[in-house]
Design a binder for this molecule. Structure first.
Ligand code: ZN
Length: 280
């Protein structure tokens, strides 16, 4: 998708970030994959033996390049978490947010669940003892909710369109579903009310923020009606709440399907711009 090249170009061009701020991730290790995904699913991915039905659920024909790409993206989220915790405060993956991936299967264009993989790895190594997932992509984080259903050390919060995909929504620790057409006022009021309380209750060592911009009114799949400014305020508020509590935050981009590519880039760029303000 063009946004993955255009977004960094825009951020460099306007000076929000410098070339030196970029990092490239290595492919994720098999051990890390297997801490989240089942051996059976990983074997099918590796040997390209998903059934046609399983591949169709993911939504694109499986090719080795896509598996390799998914491994790099997931490692990117893990790297972001470590950068955020080692003093940067915030680090952003230019991709990621593949929250429709379950332990044993993928769907909705998601092969590996990058946030779940990163959280499980950091819990395993003892680098964190609690994590909070703030999933504000317009689609409910069904894979993440399912993976962490029995894991008290990871709190999953999902804001999403109530009538939107996925039809079946395994419960997150806290789900907030909005009716079609919900705009800035209602959405932001709910965010202001819910997020600080969750952060104070959960007391995480690390926040994963899934900043999908498919909440925009212009989005072809979103069904909500946030403005660009509303979406930017959403990002600002999340970062401010993290900053106020000294919480490191690792960001995954998630979806964005507005008619105009420029709108998608602008909304994702706003997330980086707001993150930069967090460093001030
Ligand atoms: Zn989405």
């Amino acid at each position: 998708m063009e946004k993955y090249t255009l977004l960094p170009e825009q951020l460099l061009y306007e000076g929000t970030i410098t070339e030196a701020a970029f990092f490239t991730a290595a492919p994720l290790s098999e051990e890390a994959i297997l801490r989240t995904h089942t051996a059976g699913y990983w074997h099918k991915l590796k040997t390209n033996t998903l059934t046609r039905k399983e591949a169709r659920a993911i939504g694109f024909p499986m090719r080795p390049e896509l598996i390799a790409r998914g491994r790099v993206i997931a490692q990117g989220t893990l790297d972001c978490a470590r950068f955020a915790m080692s003093g940067d405060g915030v680090a952003l993956n230019i991709a990621g947010g593949t929250h429709h991936s379950f332990a044993d299967r993928g769907e909705g264009f998601c092969v590996f669940n990058d946030i779940a993989i990163a959280a499980n790895e950091l819990l395993h190594t003892g680098e964190i003892s609690r994590a909070l997932v703030v999933d504000l992509d317009v689609h409910q984080g069904n894979g993440t909710a399912s993976i962490f259903a029995g894991e008290p050390r990871v709190f999953t919060l999902s804001f999403h369109g109530a009538k939107n995909y996925p039809n079946r929504k395994p419960p997150s620790d806290l789900d907030v579903g909005f009716p079609d057409g919900t705009g800035d006022d209602v959405y932001l009021r709910e965010l202001y009310e819910v997020l600080p309380g969750v952060m104070d209750r959960v007391k995480p060592d690390l926040v994963f923020y899934l900043s999908g911009v498919d909440v925009l009114a212009s989005d072809k799949l979103g069904r909500l009606s946030l403005s660009l400014d509303g979406c930017k305020e959403r990002d600002r508020f999340v970062f401010q709440m993290c900053k106020d509590r000294n919480l490191p935050v690792a960001v995954s981009m998630g979806g964005g399907y507005s008619e105009r590519l420029a709108t998608i880039i602008e909304a994702h760029a706003n997330t980086f711009r707001m993150a930069e303000q967090m460093r001030d």
